[in-house]
Ligand binder design. Structure first.
Ligand SMILES: Cc1cc2nc3c(=O)[nH]c(=O)nc-3n(C[C@H](O)[C@H](O)[C@H](O)COP(=O)(O)OP(=O)(O)OC[C@H]3O[C@@H](n4cnc5c(N)ncnc54)[C@H](O)[C@@H]3O)c2cc1C
Length: 473
């Protein structure tokens, strides 16, 4: 019997499996596909997602393979061009990444798979799950190929058409918008510079089919481009000749050399009303789907997986009561609802029409669990329980580092300010207590947490504030 079976090896399933495996949970990952996906789909890793992945130690690798927010080059119908920089936010000592990282989804998945392999777990491809049943002691998973698997818990990260969701009988409430379609592809081409994300708004080559926009984004560290053509014509077939013809028509010098992938996508805006039935959880697209406008889908799935990972590992490891698992739905359902709202607001709105607030919201920094099941409402300045825990420079044994890096050493990190570390009790190995003032490289840590002498701030394994406690004044 395994501890956990993860169904689906997209970004959500790979993150969930890694979060579990690195905490000592015995995990297996089954995926119905013959091998990894080749398409670039979710090519924007939001800065908050990079912070979450940094705790697994993969952010630097991802950053080395991507590029931060390329400027958008708008091509007008008369051939005029205008450059737009959507997000001018700069990193600072509390926020190492401020803009979204352009990197194809297949590459993000590759980095996650490699990280998972370091924990000794390989994805079992060609193992489509056809059904599951659960009882008081565990879950029986039935792959299509042969046999059955038994696990204490199952994570259904099997995408928008989720078999796990169907098996659980959880509804997928929302709508399919037939009038919003995307023709998608990854291509190699000549005739455009790779320093910009090129966009043409209607009227364009799909005039007559209600074209909304036409976008070509160079995919860093690859020879390919992602093509997206938004339209509303059900008669347009997303095959190689159509894609080639449409892209070639954009300009006399633009020529497609090779179509690597092509496909079509229709807009569904749907979500579940529960993320859990008994011993089975849903995460990622299996629980919520929406427009790619705002680049939220993969990011929300990864955040689901990070939220669930430490909680499930704590329960499997006997360090927490099963009631902790109820907080997964309680914390993530409102976030999914917010993401559906944001991405719906952005549909049909050109990138350069976004408000500064929408740009900030897409970065993921606004996500908070304040007032949720683990963070009773605690108004006030500075990060309060449920808020993101910011980074700060530290010096450990004479070596400059930062809080995000030091946090990797334990699940919970306690920041003890102004001598509070001297009175910290003995804590188990998943908790580390830092003497904040002794380690702080400068005043940033204290300022970022708005802490006073004697105050203790506890940071959760997923990088949110768990609690804080100041001496009575
Ligand atoms: C054009 C486009 C652009 C996008 N841009 C962005 C973006 O910029 N940023 C962003 O965050 N998101 C973006 N997205 C959305 C993003 O691609 C998805 O949200 C993301 O893939 C969801 O990840 P997931 O792991 O939950 O599901 P998936 O990636 O769908 O993975 C599910 C996995 O489960 C497997 N599977 C399915 N059924 C079974 C079964 N029965 N048994 C076993 N395995 C099974 C599948 O083979 C697959 O590998 C975009 C999507 C599109 C189409």
């Amino acid at each position: 019997m395994d501890d956990v079976v993860v169904v689906g090896a997209g970004p959500t399933g790979l993150t969930a499996a890694t979060e579990l495996a690195r905490r000592g949970v015995r995990v297996r990952v089954l995926d119905g596909a013959a091998g990894p996906h080749r398409g670039s789909r979710g090519k924007g890793l939001q800065p908050r997602t990079l912070e979450l992945l940094d705790a697994m130690g993969v952010a630097d690798r991802l950053v080395s393979l991507g590029e931060f927010e390329l400027p958008i080059r708008r091509h007008g119908p008369d051939g005029a061009v205008e450059d737009v920089v959507l997000n001018r936010a700069e990193p600072d000592p509390t926020t190492p990444w401020a803009r979204s990282l352009i990197i194809p989804q297949w590459r993000t998945e590759q980095v996650l798979r490699e990280r998972l392999a370091e924990e000794g777990v390989e994805v079992e491809y060609g193992r489509r799950v056809a059904g599951l049943t659960q009882d008081d002691d565990g879950v029986t998973v039935t792959p299509e190929d042969d046999g059955t698997l038994r696990a204490s818990w199952v994570v259904g990260a099997d995408g928008g058409t989720s078999t796990v969701r169907h098996e659980l009988g959880i509804g997928f409430l929302g709508e399919t918008h037939d009038e919003v379609r995307l023709l998608l592809g990854d291509v190699e081409l000549d005739g455009l510079d790779r320093d910009h994300w090129h966009m043409w708004s209607a009227p364009g080559p799909l005039v007559g089919t209600g074209a909304l926009y036409f976008a070509l984004c160079p995919l860093p560290a690859t020879p390919t481009w992602q093509v997206q053509i938004a339209h509303s014509d059900p008669a347009v077939v997303a095959d190689e000749p159509v894609l080639r013809e449409l892209v070639d028509a954009l300009g006399p010098r633009i020529r497609v050399r090779r179509v690597v992938t092509s496909g079509t996508w229709r807009l569904n805006v749907r979500m579940v009303d529960d993320y859990r039935v008994g011993r089975v959880f849903l995460a990622g697209d299996a629980a919520h789907v929406h427009s790619p406008a705002g680049g939220q889908g993969m990011n929300t799935g990864i955040s689901d997986a990070v939220n669930l990972g430490w909680k499930l590992a704590a329960v499997v490891g006997g360090r927490a009561d099963e009631t902790l698992l109820d907080t997964y739905t309680g914390e993530r359902l409102p976030v999914a609802a917010g993401v559906l709202g944001l991405s719906s607001e952005l549909i049909g709105r050109q990138f350069w029409q976004r408000t500064p607030q929408q740009v900030r919201d897409t970065a993921g920094f606004g996500t908070t669990y304040r007032g949720g099941p683990l963070a009773a409402l605690d108004e006030g300045d500075g990060p309060r329980p449920g808020d993101r825990a910011p980074n700060a420079p530290l010096v450990v044994d004479g070596t400059p580092t930062d809080l995000f890096a030091v946090r990797r050493a334990a699940d919970f990190t306690v920041l003890a300010f102004g001598g509070a570390a001297r009175v910290a009790p003995e804590l188990p190995g998943t908790v580390q207590v830092l003497d904040a003032d002794a380690l702080a490289a400068d005043g940033v840590l204290r300022e970022a947490y708005g802490a006073v002498d004697g105050e203790v701030v506890v940071i959760r394994p997923d990088g949110y504030v768990w609690s804080r406690c100041a001496p009575r004044s």
